[in-house]
Design a protein around this ligand. Structure first.
Ligand code: CA
Length: 224
């Protein structure tokens, strides 16, 4: 279940948002000042922040700036219409979207869902998982054994191919032509080098697991 942090000082508005989002199956946390909001943000698992701009003591844009210093969690700003000069202002602040008051509660829920979806949190499977490896198709990153490994673009592409077709044996010609979109003229050392570098990088974070299998005479595939 996704958790939405609501930072809004008007008690009735905060409660109304919490009630609406709970009905849409979200977990909610209500904070009534910016400081309290930041405290929740740092201490709890939060998936999205709904942030009012007009807050006492610490204003919403300060809160947003502090959140952005720490991570890129989706933030939807709630603001009075006259405060939103241009959408650019808010996007410059680091907001992902904004809603102007008075708002429609159904719209709030829809924005929250859409924002989480864009962020990759709901519905879309943008990760490929194999053993303890998580390949993120959007960020183009690979985590193994809990650690991100630094790959070259080619190494990443090879892994992505293997994870997309986990049973397929890729011949060197297959790999070469897919990766470089050029006819293979026997450049097998190029492929061998990339595979060997890739294996070394994987071994450096996960010494006991084999990820890539050599199928003698045929090519390579994910270890079955
Ligand atoms: Ca307010």
């Amino acid at each position: 279940m996704k958790t939405i942090l609501i930072i809004e000082d008007e008690k009735n508005v905060n409660e109304l948002l919490a009630k609406t989002l709970s009905e849409a199956d979200f977990e909610t946390l209500s904070a009534y000042t910016g400081l309290e909001g930041l405290e929740f943000f740092r201490q709890k698992k939060v998936d999205l922040v709904l942030l009012d701009l007009m807050l006492p003591y610490k204003s919403g844009d300060e809160v947003l700036r502090e959140i952005r210093r720490e991570n890129d969690i989706p933030v939807i700003v709630i603001s009075a219409k006259e405060m939103v000069r241009t959408k650019i202002d808010l996007l410059t602040l680091g907001a992902d979207d904004y809603i102007t008051k008075p708002f429609d509660l159904g719209e709030v829920t829809a924005r929250v869902i859409s924002c989480l979806r864009r962020y990759g949190g709901i519905g879309h499977n943008k990760q490929l998982i194999y053993k303890d490896m998580i390949l993120d198709l959007e960020a183009k990153t690979v985590m193994v054994n809990g650690k991100e490994i630094a790959l070259t673009a080619t190494e990443y592409q090879i892994l992505e191919l293997f994870l997309q077709y986990p049973n397929k044996v890729f011949s060197k010609a297959n790999l070469y032509e897919t990766l470089w979109n050029e006819e293979y003229l026997g450049e097998e050392n190029v492929i061998k080098t990339h595979i060997s570098n890739l294996r070394n990088k994987l071994r450096s974070v996960s010494a006991d697991t084999e990820y890539i299998e050599t199928v003698w005479g045929l090519g390579y595939r994910l270890m079955q």
